[in-house]
Design a binder for this molecule. Structure first.
Ligand SMILES: Nc1ncnc2c1ncn2[C@@H]1O[C@H](COP(=O)(O)OP(=O)(O)OP(=O)(O)O)[C@@H](O)[C@H]1O
Ligand SMILES: [Mg+2]
Length: 373
């Protein structure tokens, strides 16, 4: 899969911009604050319809403007498709070939991206919510049915929470029906998530080794129902937990058990790296996890996802950069941002397309150097 071109209107510090990407390696260079991350953000937004920083859309609209438009042409095999995302302070519209797509869950998955960003380092050590978002997104990009399932699950969860919060007396039959619905959907969520973890683990070991990471790296799902695998009983175990926590939940006005509060950890030789690993080990593990995702995408969709590497040298040392670039096959499309090209392999530069951000009195433009050969 390749992103042929990207058009921006009133997105962040860009008024009107068009970039024609190379199907291989692209470098976007510019000083701090010039708008490199904004390009990566636009591509991510076009793919996922949300920013990875959980930023409100209104902050993405260029100051003093009232809408933004991101448009990209995506090539998949011999097919080309245009994707657009429009936002005007009240509506967010996703379009495929200029036709509006009513449900965002039907839109996501048409452009697959894997992002390496400085924020990734918070993934392992940060709050569980970030890790849930990660899991949901990765499974969702591969599998649209999962997005629909999560949508249904969250709807029932919201009903249950509202009912428990607002009702003075609880109708046992009604709440048990809600519990059954939630357990049914939750059981399916477990199924997808445990499969995802299994698939990731199949990739992780060899990738971690190829990064010269010592020891074995394993991802483990941490369900608050304490189930450790998905099977026929998973749903019943959740149902039992939901039924036995009705009183507690009605006091809290929330649902204690279920995948919406689960987590995962990475274990390095049986030690939870969240608790004990060094900063360097965490970086290496995070990178391995992201690279594992690239492989999962390929297996699941038959396509190479587009790799976005934001801020190449800020958090990762050069050895790791070399590792990622080695890992990413030659035929993948890569979009890399960096302040300067110092220390970047000349052979790589020769086959790359380079874009330079120029800021003339607040007017930001992207200058393209001719393809070097
Ligand atoms: N809504 C907006 N309207 C106009 N300009 C914006 C908006 N949001 C952000 N900016 C501008 O975008 C710039 C930051 O862009 P970005 O984060 O892409 O920079 P960068 O090149 O990635 O910098 P660094 O190298 O420090 O990571 C800032 O100058 C900021 O003022
Ligand atoms: Mg940046």
């Amino acid at each position: 899969m390749k992103l042929d071109s990207l058009k921006l209107r009133n997105f962040r510090n860009y008024t009107k911009e068009k970039i024609n990407f190379s199907p291989h390696v692209n470098f976007i260079i510019g000083p701090n604050g010039s708008g490199k991350t904004n390009i990566v953000e636009a591509i991510y937004m076009l793919a996922i319809t949300k920013t990875y920083k959980s930023m409100k859309e209104e902050h993405l609209v260029k100051r003093d403007e009232d809408h933004f438009l991101i448009k990209g042409v995506v090539e998949r095999g011999t097919e080309k498709q245009s994707l657009s995302l429009y936002y005007d302070m009240t509506n967010k519209l996703a379009m495929i070939n200029d036709d509006k797509v009513p449900k965002l869950s039907d839109y996501i998955g048409n452009l697959n991206v894997i992002l390496f960003s400085p924020e990734d380092l918070n993934l392992i050590k940060g709050q569980p919510g970030g890790r849930r978002k990660f899991i949901n997104l990765e499974i969702g990009q591969i599998n649209r049915a999962y997005l629909k399932l999560m949508h249904e699950y969250n709807k029932v969860l919201k009903n249950r929470n509202e009912y428990l919060k607002n009702k003075k007396t609880i109708d046992g039959l009604y709440i048990e029906t809600l519990n059954e619905q939630l357990a049914e959907l939750g059981g399916q969520v477990y199924k997808y998530r445990f499969k995802f973890i299994d698939d990731i683990n199949k990739e992780l070991e060899s990738i971690f080794k190829s990064f010269h990471g010592k020891g074995s790296l394993v991802m483990k799902y941490e369900a608050n129902t304490l189930i450790t695998e998905f099977n026929d009983e998973s749903k019943d175990i959740l149902l039992e937990k939901l039924n036995s926590s009705i009183n507690q939940d009605s006091l809290r006005g929330g649902t204690t058990y279920g995948p919406h509060r689960d987590d995962f950890s990475l274990f390095l030789d049986d030690e939870n790296i969240k608790l004990s690993a060094s900063q360097g080990q965490i970086r290496l593990a995070t990178l391995a996890l992201k690279c594992a995702e690239i492989n999962l995408f390929k297996v699941a969709t038959g396509e190479d996802p587009i790799i976005l590497l934001d801020d190449l040298f800020s958090e990762l040392d050069k050895v790791k950069v070399k590792n990622i670039l080695k890992f990413i096959k030659d035929d993948s499309q890569i979009i890399i941002t960096t302040t300067d090209l110092d220390g970047i392999n000349q052979r790589l530069l020769k086959k790359s397309k380079i874009f330079e951000i120029e800021n003339k009195r607040g007017n930001v433009k992207i200058k393209t150097e001719e393809m070097r050969n």
